[in-house]
Design a protein around this ligand. Structure first.
Ligand SMILES: CC(C)(COP(=O)(O)OP(=O)(O)OC[C@H]1O[C@@H](n2cnc3c(N)ncnc32)[C@H](O)[C@@H]1OP(=O)(O)O)[C@@H](O)C(=O)NCCC(=O)NCCS
Length: 182
């Protein structure tokens, strides 16, 4: 869907610029997927599992931007790409059209500055204006910063799923299911 770019003041006084991802961002976004996958244990992919090419990402961005029910917002601080937040439909089936999933990840160097708050607030407003009634996500139970961010916006934990991820050292991570009425 369309998005009118915006600037937001962060708690450290810096300005955060928000805009929709465009086709020309494709190579940058593939690098972002690989880097963020390596910077946190809380995302589903290992960096080497990001196999998407810039050309494939270009096509995906074009397809998503033509749809009314999805949005990928990018945040920039001092001209540097800090991270993304998106909503997508759970399903196009009529009985699930009121539900969207929300996702967010920032480069590690930008954590804790309020960018997650700026991005998520904006993406929830946009999801509501796109007609969704419910936002949903899954978060690793040990991911306290993310769960705190979601709770700050009114997400509630509705359930858990054990051993959703298994790491190279043999340990597991559980998921919390979180839901917010828009
Ligand atoms: C989760 C993430 C998006 C949060 O974004 P952020 O910009 O760092 O968060 P903010 O600075 O806006 O902080 C939002 C709230 O989160 C909480 N929070 C932030 N950092 C925290 C920390 N280290 N410990 C506990 N709570 C924390 C606070 O409640 C904070 O609210 P406050 O500023 O009003 O006190 C970011 O840390 C990130 O990208 N992490 C890696 C990827 C990831 O885990 N994505 C989520 C997958 S489900």
């Amino acid at each position: 869907m369309e998005y009118t770019e915006k600037t937001v003041k962060l708690k450290n006084g810096k300005t955060c610029f928000l805009r929709r991802g465009e086709e020309a961002d494709a190579a940058m976004l593939v690098d972002y997927l690989k880097a963020t996958a390596g910077e946190t244990p809380y995302l589903m992919r290992e960096p080497e599992e990001v196999q998407l090419t810039a050309e494939e990402e270009w096509d995906l961005i074009r397809e998503k931007n033509s749809e009314e029910r999805t949005l990928n917002l990018l945040a920039f601080v001092d001209g540097e790409h800090a991270g993304n937040c998106a909503f997508n439909p759970v399903s196009e089936r009529s009985r699930a059209r009121h539900r969207c999933t929300v996702s967010i990840a920032l480069y590690r160097k930008f954590w804790g500055m309020g960018i997650g708050t700026a991005l998520l607030g904006e993406i929830l407003d946009m999801a509501k204006s796109a007609g969704y009634e419910q936002a949903e996500l899954e978060v690793v139970s040990a991911n306290r910063p993310a769960a705190a961010l979601y709770r700050k916006f009114g997400f509630e934990t509705t359930g858990t799923m054990p051993r959703v991820m298994k790491y190279g050292d043999g340990t597991y991570a559980d998921f919390l299911f979180m839901v917010k009425t828009l």
